[in-house]
Design a protein around this ligand. Structure first.
Ligand code: ADP
Length: 585
């Protein structure tokens, strides 16, 4: 576990205290880190933190990396700066948290208090046995969707989360969401998409190892799920652009404002608060309880060394995510993904709930299919969202300055191709022309600053400067850029058949970043049917057990296509929540 914060978020509905409405404002605050001042600019909207930009800091890039990513995300998700430090970066964490507190004070905003004594007391006050209609395990996108739908179907529901903060991988994801026939497509001239085409892309992209019945449920319900997020949950999507991820035959991924899962998770948390759904953090599900007829009727869980029983009249929804942050488990199921790989995943993505499901009789499938994300930080393993410019024409080069793959190909294809290059890494290069479309520098200013300081990213006026920075031979670099610029537009890339077309890169400014593949998504998991019911070894539903999201194993086959995770988690989270609520009636 990489971070150790102590927080019971929303233990009972209403733990988050909000003051009266206040207009959006951005205020700077300063704290003292290990190597001097840490200054942040915090944006508050209606008394809630919606964004934090690091303005100045001189902390150790490696040790403090998670302070400016994970801790920052946790502060935004919980609207609190009262969190414990990232282990190994105590002073940097304190400097950062103090800077946020300073900004809140100047802005006149009262942040949520995670009074540690109160947390201990809350844990002590928590009944050892409690009964609900529906128990949802895991507070990522799938878990929140399930809990909210269960509640709205009339169920008394509780959401258990083992980590100190909610969000899981859903929080740190780029959070794009595929939905055929979405409201942005016509604006971009896309009128020939369909859920069936989306299903075919998904099935093919996973080498036909997914379950087409389950996939069709996902793609047929995708648009409704996206509208639910937009209209009911309050998720804001960019209304004039979409992402075109590798393996998709159409551009169909909606982009949340901010290009990360923070937009979803903060809105989900607010909705759960509004509905009075208790979200109990630091509560780890350990065992599913079955009655004598084999029905799942509850969960045994632990918090601070004590055991708690949550009875579930209708059933339990397993929404515990994957196992990408568990290197032993990754290697066990796929020995080729060994210690060389870091991970992009949230620290709670350790998968022991899959063994819990297996002990309860669930069938695990496709466990060996583990996706590496091709474009990640060689130091921390996190995704370089800033290099999403790749979807708008950025090219991938090896150390010799040559392209070696179609940049829009599937993640597994790209990852394998990168590992075969000198040093097992690549450079992603783009110019202002591409940047004007993808706007990733503007969308990810903190990454831009951090990667630049870390020395893996450079911004240059010309290719000479790019060659000096990357040590790619200048002649080779210019030859490649010249060739790319001579083959622009759809259908003209004679070398690698870039599906959306190369872009003229003859003029700067140029941006370049070094990248490696990192473990990203575990495709395997619990076999479910289209009703999100967990199936046993014979393919029969296990009464009382539903599963949704990354913990399941039949949607993505060998390889999940970009933008399908959010579609998967919201669609099946909703179905599972409703199903379990119905069963309680
Ligand atoms: P998904 O994308 O499928 O919603 P996420 O990774 O976003 O998955 O969320 C899964 C959540 O489940 C994470 O926050 C993780 O910490 C939590 N979790 C995993 N195992 C357990 C467990 N045994 N008990 C409670 N929560 C768990």
């Amino acid at each position: 576990m990489k971070r150790s914060m102590t927080l019971v978020a929303g233990l009972l509905a209403g733990v988050f205290a909000f003051s009266a409405y206040a207009a959006p404002q951005t205020v700077e605050g300063t704290g003292v880190g290990k190597h001097g001042d840490v200054t942040v600019a915090v944006t508050f909207d209606n008394n809630k933190i919606t964004d934090i930009k690091v303005v100045r800091e001189q902390e150790n890039k490696v040790l403090a990396a998670k302070v400016f990513t994970d801790l920052k995300d946790a502060v935004i998700a919980t609207n609190s700066a009262d969190l414990d430090a990232i282990s190994g970066a105590t002073f940097s964490s304190k400097g950062f948290l103090d800077a946020v507190k300073d900004a809140a004070k100047k802005a006149g905003v009262t942040l949520s208090k995670a009074d540690k004594k109160a947390i201990k007391k809350a844990a002590a006050d928590l009944p050892k046995v409690s009964s609900y209609d529906v128990v949802v395990i895991g507070a990522g996108g799938a878990g929140f969707s399930a809990a909210i739908e269960a509640k709205n179907a009339g169920a008394n529901v509780v959401l258990l989360e083992k980590m100190p903060a909610v969000g899981g991988n859903s929080l740190i994801s780029g959070a794009e969401m595929n939905a055929a026939r979405n409201w942005v497509q016509p604006k971009l001239g896309i009128t020939d998409d369909s859920p069936e085409l989306h299903a075919e892309d998904t099935y093919k992209g996973g080498d036909k190892k997914g379950d087409m019945n389950v996939i069709r449920v996902m793609t047929n319900n995708a648009l409704d799920a996206a509208k639910w997020c937009r209209d009911y949950i309050g998720v804001r999507f960019i209304d004039d652009n979409l992402f075109w991820f590798g393996g998709h035959s159409r551009k169909r991924a909606l982009i949340p404002v901010g290009h990360t899962g923070t937009e979803f998770i903060t809105k989900f948390q607010t909705k759960a608060d509004e509905l009075g759904i208790p979200v109990i953090t630091n509560m780890k599900a350990e065992e599913l309880i079955k009655d004598k007829n084999g029905r799942v009727v509850g969960v045994k869980a632990s918090m601070q060394g004590s055991t708690y029983t949550f009875n579930a009249k209708g059933g339990v929804v397993l929404a515990t995510g994957g196992f990408g942050a568990n290197p032993e488990m990754v290697k066990k199921y796929n020995p080729s993904i060994d210690e060389r790989f870091k991970t992009t995943d949230a620290p709670g993505t350790t998968g022991e709930a899959l063994y819990m499901a297996e002990r309860a009789g669930a069938q695990l499938v496709n466990m060996q299919y583990i996706q590496t994300y091709p474009i990640c930080d060689p130091i921390s393993g996190v995704i370089e969202l800033i290099a999403d410019s790749r979807f708008d024409g950025a090219i991938m080069l090896n150390q010799e300055g040559k392209r070696f793959v179609e940049e829009m190909d599937r993640r597994d294809v790209l990852s394998q191709a990168i590992l075969k290059q000198t040093g097992g890494y690549c450079w992603v290069l783009w110019n202002d022309k591409i940047g004007a479309i993808s706007k990733t520098i503007e969308a990810h200013p903190t990454e831009y600053e951090a990667f630049t300081k870390q020395g893996i990213m450079a911004t240059c006026d010309d290719l000479k400067c790019i060659a000096d920075f990357t040590k790619i031979p200048y002649d080779s670099l210019t030859a490649t850029v010249k060739r790319v610029s001579s083959m622009t537009g759809k259908g003209n890339d004679k070398d690698f058949h870039h599906r959306s077309g190369l872009v003229d890169m003859s003029q700067g400014k140029y941006y370049v970043i070094k990248a490696v593949p990192s473990v990203h998504h575990t495709m395997g998991g619990v076999r479910i049917n289209g009703k999100a019911q967990a199936l046993d070894k014979n393919g029969n539903p296990i009464p009382g057990l539903w599963a949704a999201g990354e913990v399941t194993g039949v949607t993505h086959g060998t390889n999940r296509l970009g933008g399908n995770a959010y579609t998967d988690i919201i669609v099946f989270g909703r179905i599972a929540g409703k199903g379990a609520a119905e069963a309680a009636k």
